[in-house]
Design a protein around this ligand. Structure first.
Ligand code: TNX
Length: 538
């Protein structure tokens, strides 16, 4: 009797295991999860006879073909496929079809994996690029050599929920080399992020070369030492680094080839110590200032009373606009203490002359003046939610970081918003029990919390919700000293956020995501992304 039960239970367990194995195999494991996906019977076999065919000879197809070839070579250990430009689909081919009449939404795609071949169709190149990302994620990670790659047949119709799917990187607190920035952008594109917010200036370092103001990097990109962790000690070691214009151009081009817009952030009026150290005459007291060696908020800010401040900032913006084709220029606007303006005769005079009531309005006047200049150049400004204080500049978009209240207020007033609340979108926060983690700034934002984020606040009507452009995660590097550490803080949380900003809510479920992201850790290992393993060791 006992043996009988044992046999039945063994049979049951093995039956469960084999069903699991099949469903595991049959699951597409795509992140972010596509809006619609149907698994079909059979599989497509990618062999060395397979070819890539493009629907025209437009050179932009290079951006679409390149990731396929690189993935096959570097991840699957296969030779590149033959490329036929401007052909028709043939048996066994991957056909890339650009069709502006397809009715497929911007950045969307239709992917059909059939036994006889693969077709990816889109109405723009970004859509084709995302179709390719999905296809590549359907290849089980492995070393294929001479064997065929089998891809489960499926039909996918997909397009993003939001137009702003962002990740940010602070290269001021700790400088990150160009090679890493490129890698960061490349991995973003795998998860269909389309906006890279590049935080380039802050109290602890100015990181972008400006021709008119060479001291911004000669002086402003160097700090004498850095506070060690949260201790009272300093490391006694100089920290320096900046991007030349040439490097910036390379980054912008590399990102564009992956359908990612680089939004530069030039901080004003606060977080300006590095700029003021380089050009002390731009501060209220004239200095001396120093490139800060610890973290926090500093009283030294750009003087709002001097015309030379605006001449300087406009010159900087001219050079920035020339480098970055983005529609938005981020002007910071956060954490600007008002004490130096309070005791500055020129700032007080400005308040009087402009009929302003206080220093908050002076900040608003400052930002509005810069906005006008930037608008005249055909661009828009976006700033942290402090730019709401004292009145929002007329065309400004708001990045809501101190919770969601700023985002709600701005959307209700008809301004565009990017949601990035500290509660869910700060990847400098802990992602697991602090005792098990490298030192972080604080907070607690584990994978499931990120996954559970809803960028459209309940307080908004459907009309107002249209102003929510999307969401992004911020990666501040006060306590993140190296590229490896950045990756550790970002992965796997970026995978969770990618689904928040891409997938319709109805299709999202954490346990299903968790299963898929677990399969992605194989990919992380293979490509060498340093990720946090805490969630996978439970
Ligand atoms: C607040 S978010 C800041 C940054 C810090 C960050 C640390 C924002 C607009 N300002 O300067 O690095 O907190 O989490």
């Amino acid at each position: 009797m006992k043996t009988g039960i044992k046999i039945i239970s063994v049979m049951l367990i093995s039956a469960i295991t084999s069903v699991e194995a099949i469903s595991q195999q049959k699951s597409l494991n795509i992140i972010p999860k596509p809006a619609k996906a149907v698994i079909e019977k059979g599989e497509f076999r990618l062999t060395k006879r397979s070819v890539i065919v493009t629907s025209s000879d437009d050179p932009e197809f290079n951006n679409i073909v390149r990731p396929i070839q690189e993935y096959l070579q570097n991840i699957c250990n296969k030779s590149p496929l033959t490329l036929k430009r401007s052909g028709k689909p043939s048996r066994g081919s991957i056909f890339l079809k650009l069709n502006s009449e397809s009715g497929i939404q911007k950045e969307g795609y239709k992917l059909s994996v059939m036994k006889k071949g693969v077709v990816i169709e889109a109405s723009d190149f970004a859509g084709l690029f995302y179709g390719v990302q999905s296809l590549l994620q359907m290849i089980p990670v492995g070393d294929y050599g001479e064997s065929a790659i089998k891809i489960t047949c499926a039909t996918i119709e997909d397009s993003p929920r939001f137009g702003w799917r962002g990740l940010h990187l602070d290269v001021c607190r700790h400088f990150m080399p160009k090679e890493f920035v490129l890698k960061y952008i490349d991995y973003m594109s795998m998860y269909k992020f389309n906006t890279f917010h590049f935080h380039l200036t802050d109290d602890q370092g100015w990181r972008i070369e400006m021709e008119k103001y060479p001291d911004l990097v000669n002086i402003g990109s160097v700090r004498s030492e850095t506070r060690i962790g949260k201790s009272d000690k300093f490391d006694g070691t100089e920290h320096r680094g900046y991007f030349t214009k040439e490097e910036i151009r390379e980054i912008v081009k590399y990102a564009a080839e992956r359908y990612i817009t680089v939004v530069p952030e030039i901080e004003m009026p606060g977080h300006a110590s590095a700029a003021l150290t380089s050009y002390p005459e731009l501060g209220c007291t004239g200095g001396p200032y120093k490139v800060q060696t610890k973290w926090g908020v500093f009283d030294e800010v750009f003087c709002a009373g001097k015309e030379s401040t605006f001449k300087f900032l406009q010159d900087v913006i001219d050079e920035v606009i020339e480098l970055f084709p983005s529609k938005f220029i981020h002007i910071g606007g956060d954490e600007c203490p008002k004490s130096s303006w309070k005791s500055c005769p020129l700032c007080q005079q400005r308040i009087k002359d402009e009929g302003l009531s206080d220093e908050h309005q002076l900040q608003s006047w400052f930002v509005t003046r810069m906005e006008k200049y930037i608008n005249e150049k055909g661009r828009k400004i976006i700033g942290w939610d402090e730019i709401l204080e004292g009145g929002l500049a007329p065309n400004a978009a708001v990045m809501s970081w101190r919770g969601v209240a700023g985002g709600i207020e701005a959307a209700k007033a008809g301004h565009y918003v990017v949601m990035s609340p500290g509660t869910h979108c700060y990847f400098d926060h802990y992602q697991a029990d602090a005792a098990s983690q490298p030192l972080a700034i604080g907070g607690f934002t584990p994978l499931e919390k990120v996954y559970g984020y809803e960028p459209v606040p309940e307080e908004l009507t459907s009309e107002e919700s249209k102003y929510i452009m999307g969401a992004q995660a911020n990666v501040w590097t006060e306590y993140i000293l190296s590229p490896e550490h950045v990756e550790y803080m970002v992965y796997p949380r970026a995978a969770a956020l990618s689904e928040v900003v891409w997938t319709p809510n109805e299709g999202r479920e954490y346990s299903d995501f968790k299963r898929r992201v677990t399969t992605h850790t194989e990919l992380y290992k293979k490509i060498g992304i340093n990720y946090c393993k805490s969630e996978f060791e439970k």
